[in-house]
Design a protein around this ligand. Structure first.
Ligand code: TXA
Ligand code: MG
Length: 339
């Protein structure tokens, strides 16, 4: 199969919608990362997603909607707290978990009785959902284990030959996957995956936000988890990534004294000029929005550097920094050196 990369013209969106209604799987842009979409009501189409990505069978998908009417068809009930959060953060990079209705095949939720739903703000994603007239199940459109794709080219590199088409909506606005939350009651929610809707932003709508242990800590393979995705290997380039927790002065000293060959550095913009090893940069030290946007493409760029180990500068852990740290520490297999 030849994978077509298509600009999001009306004609191409109509063609992509037809593919979706015919049970196919396609790459679509969203404001977070590219998704690998299929009709959420079509069990065999959903199974094709797992095959194309090589996704573990126990990892549930997020369903993309573009109206609250569509949401009501997928879930048993929409609690008040969800309306409050939807009002503030939808359309946008927030995923909420609901009790699943019987309309949705268990393949979507990997057998769980709950379902993750999000209303994306990306125009192309919205036009596609409207044209297709169905909710779209879509995980990130990378091969499982690889960094999530933030451009159509990333999707093409991972999935060429495995899917019929990718809609090319340019570079993703945020660059990290959505914030995922579990709803408890009117005052309590649990953060399962940090994203561009930050804890501070969530607290402006719901007073108590609990951070699940999987956000910051490694989950053992046999441990019970609230978010199955958090326990799988993630975002890994072929080189080994190790995070260095220090300031730039000590980081530079560590790199300069290193006697191995074949090392590289993942640093903040400007710092590459002071180092004698191959570097990728991921935004300025104080520019978290840009760090988030560039993180995954920088992790992908490491593969072209021909190095075996990459030492990465440590992001901050608050605001959007928490989401950046959550992804980078997984890319590093939780290996951090404190200097
Ligand atoms: O921004 C995003 O969320 C992107 C774009 C394409 O929308 N999608 C995405 O999907 O990141 P994926 O499959 O790569 O990540 C989905 C995450 C996983 O960590 C999964 O375990 C969690 O959501 N999830 C899905 N359904 C769940 C459920 N019922 N309960 C708990 N966690 C769930
Ligand atoms: Mg993913």
């Amino acid at each position: 199969m030849d994978t077509k990369v298509l600009l999001p013209t009306d004609e191409n969106i109509e063609y992509a919608a037809k593919l979706l209604n015919g049970g196919e799987v396609i790459g679509m842009p969203t404001e977070t990362v590219y998704g690998l979409a299929s009709n959420a009501f079509d069990e065999s189409a959903v199974e094709k997603i797992f095959i194309a990505k090589g996704r573990p069978q126990d990892n549930p998908l997020i369903v993309h909607i573009n109206s609250l009417e569509m949401l009501k068809n997928l879930v048993v009930e929409v609690p008040d707290v969800a309306y409050k959060l939807a009002e503030k953060f939808w359309p946008g990079p927030l995923t909420m978990i609901f009790q699943k209705s019987d309309n949705v095949p268990l393949a979507v939720t990997a057998g769980l009785s709950t379902i993750a739903v999000r209303f994306p703000s990306n125009k192309v994603a919205n036009a596609l959902i409207t044209k297709a007239g169905i909710p779209l199940a879509a995980p990130s459109a990378n091969t499982s284990g690889r960094p999530s794709p933030t451009s159509a080219n990333h999707v093409y590199n991972d999935l060429n030959g495995k899917i019929p088409a990718i809609l090319d909506g340019g570079t993703c606005e945020y660059g990290l996957e959505s914030t995922v939350i579990l709803l408890k009651d009117d005052e309590n929610i649990t953060l399962l995956r940090p994203g561009s809707v930050t804890i501070e932003m969530l607290e402006s709508a719901v007073p108590y936000v609990t951070v699940d242990k999987g956000v910051l800590h490694e989950i053992k393979q046999n441990e019970q988890v609230l978010s199955p995705g958090m326990k799988h290997t993630h975002y890994s380039p072929t080189a080994k990534v190790i995070i260095i927790d220090s300031n730039f002065e000590r980081f530079k000293d560590f790199i300069d004294r290193h006697d191995y060959k074949n090392i590289g550095a993942m640093v903040f913009e400007g710092e590459e000029k002071e180092l004698d090893v191959p570097c990728v940069t991921y935004g300025g030290e104080d520019d978290e929005l840009l760090q988030a946007k560039l993180l995954f493409s920088s992790l992908r760029a490491i593969d072209d550097m021909g190095v075996s180990t990459i030492y990465a500068r440590m992001p901050k852990k608050d605001g959007i920094g928490l989401a950046i740290y959550n992804r980078l520490i997984r890319a590093a297999g939780f290996e951090v050196i404190e200097l």
